[in-house]
Design a protein around this ligand. Structure first.
Ligand code: HEM
Length: 129
C-alpha cells in the first residue's frame, strides 16, 4: 500500500468528509438499491462518518506500519453477521473510487486511483478471509 498517496488524497477529502460520506451512500443506493436493505436500521449520518473515520484510521495505521490484519479480520467477521458477502466488496470499492473522483474532480489523479484501488483490494481481501 502506498501510504503517502493515501494520506495525501485523504487530506484533500478531509475538509469535506461529511459531504463525501453522504454522497458515497447516495451513489451506492442509486446504483445498487439492494444494498439499502443492509442499512435499514442504521443512523446514516453516523454510519457515513464511520466510513470516513475507518478509512482515516486504516491510512494512519498503514503509515505507522501497524499490523491491521487482526483488526480487519474482526471487522470482516462482523460484516458477515450484517449479511455482507464477498460479492458486495467490489461494489462498495467501485462506488468509493467514484465518490473520490466526483468529490475531488481534477485534484483526483491516476496515482491516487491506483493507490486506493490497491489498498481497498487488500483491505477487502483481508476482511473476507
Ligand atoms: C473495506 C471495506 C469496508 C470497511 C472498511 C467497512 C467499515 C465499517 C465499519 C467500521 C463499520 C462499523 C461497525 C463495525 O465496526 O462492525 C461498518 C458497519 C457496516 N458496514 Fe461496512 N465496511 C466495509 C465494507 C462494507 C460492505 C461491502 C458492506 C455491504 C454493502 C458494508 C455494510 C455495512 C453495514 C450494513 C454495517 C452496519 C451498519 C449498522 O451499524 O447498522 N460494509 N463498516
Amino acid at each position: 500500500m502506498n501510504a503517502a498517496l493515501l494520506k495525501e488524497s485523504f487530506s484533500l477529502i478531509e475538509p469535506e468528509k461529511d459531504e463525501f460520506a453522504a454522497s458515497f451512500y447516495q451513489r451506492l443506493f442509486e446504483k445498487y438499491p439492494a444494498t439499502r436493505a443492509f442499512f435499514a436500521n442504521t443512523d446514516m449520518e453516523k454510519q457515513a462518518r464511520t466510513l470516513a473515520a475507518t478509512l482515516a484510521v486504516v491510512v494512519a495505521g498503514v503509515e505507522k506500519g501497524e499490523d491491521l490484519i487482526p483488526t480487519l479480520q474482526k471487522l470482516g467477521a462482523r460484516h458477515k453477521t450484517y449479511g455482507v458477502v464477498a460479492d458486495h466488496y467490489p461494489i462498495v470499492g467501485e462506488v468509493l473510487i467514484e465518490t473520490f473522483q466526483t468529490t475531488l474532480g481534477p485534484k483526483w489523479t491516476p496515482a491516487y486511483q491506483d493507490a486506493w484501488v490497491q489498498a481497498y483490494t487488500v483491505i477487502a481481501q483481508v476482511m473476507v478471509s
